[in-house]
Design a binder for this molecule. Structure first.
Ligand code: MG
Length: 275
């Protein structure tokens, strides 16, 4: 979460920190809990449920896991969960009067702080049957995320990630949002670098082992400009087209990108946990 402008102001350095293996284990645990929250919310979401009820469910998981919701109070955000429906792109505020309906496209973005380390991830899913364009949008956005992750390799440049995301999204006939970007993550929720979801391959800083990025394509079915609602937070597409958002946190290793938080994906990269 965060607009590029506000995020820039929150930075006091442009140095990209390299995490140690021990720090990465903390980040794995933080992201594992985030993924548990997202799975619980997707499982629970159904027509008639309020978006605030989902936020409360997320808080319950955090209480059980003894972690803090990372977005609660972050830059003044009022809740733990960012939940954005349909034409809302990111930073939607949970509400007791916002009720899920059949056909809604639901994007949920969650973060936790585990022993001082931040986990951050997002998914988009439909409530019941969604339109054909919604289904294709969700699929293309998730595919773009994983194509971006595949470029998070030692020796590549930062915008190799951006270009892979943009190419896939645009080939599917959709647009990438420019106003919001992915980011480094660690002991702060937003660290350098900013990672746009568009750009020229072969440009940007060279990637090194130990860099940890939260990659998060935000995609629209129409044009990419967004506007912010009167609540000061909710970003919606300016043309009211549907939007989708997927996010995973990833560490760059000498063996390739390692997705944080999910055991089976770690095993795929030969990084089996010892516990
Ligand atoms: Mg993020």
């Amino acid at each position: 979460m965060k607009s590029a402008g506000t995020y820039r102001r929150s930075l006091n350095s442009s140095v990209i920190s390299l995490k140690t293996r021990e720090q990465i284990e903390h980040l794995h645990r933080a992201n594992q809990i985030v993924l548990e929250v997202l799975a619980a919310l997707q499982e629970a979401a159904r027509p008639g449920m309020s978006t605030l009820a989902l936020d409360q469910l997320a808080t319950d998981v955090c209480r059980r896991r003894k972690v803090r919701p990372a977005f609660l109070g972050l830059y003044g955000f009022p809740n733990g969960l960012c939940i954005s429906l349909n034409e809302e792109v990111v930073h939607g505020i949970p509400s007791a009067t916002r009720i899920l309906r059949e056909g809604d496209v639901v994007s949920i973005d969650y973060g936790v702080v585990y022993e001082g380390w931040y986990g951050d991830a997002a998914i988009t899913f439909g409530i019941g049957q969604v339109s054909d364009v919604a289904r294709r949008l969700i699929q293309a956005t998730e595919e773009a995320l994983y194509l971006g992750i595949a470029q998070a390799r030692v020796g590549n440049r930062l915008h190799d990630i951006s270009a892979a995301v943009q190419a896939h999204v645009e080939a599917a006939g959709f647009s990438v949002v420019r106003e919001f970007v992915g980011h480094g993550i660690g002991e702060s929720p937003h660290e350098p670098p900013q990672i746009p979801n568009y750009g020229a391959a072969g440009s940007g800083v060279r990637l090194k082992a130990g860099m940890v990025f939260a990659l998060e394509p935000m995609v629209t079915a129409g044009d990419w400009p967004v506007r912010i609602l009167a609540d000061g937070w909710t970003a919606v597409t300016a043309d009211d087209s549907l939007s989708a958002h997927f996010e995973r946190s990833v560490v760059i290793t000498d063996q390739g990108p390692e997705i944080l938080g999910k055991l089976d994906e770690r095993e795929a990269y030969g990084q089996r946990r010892r516990d």
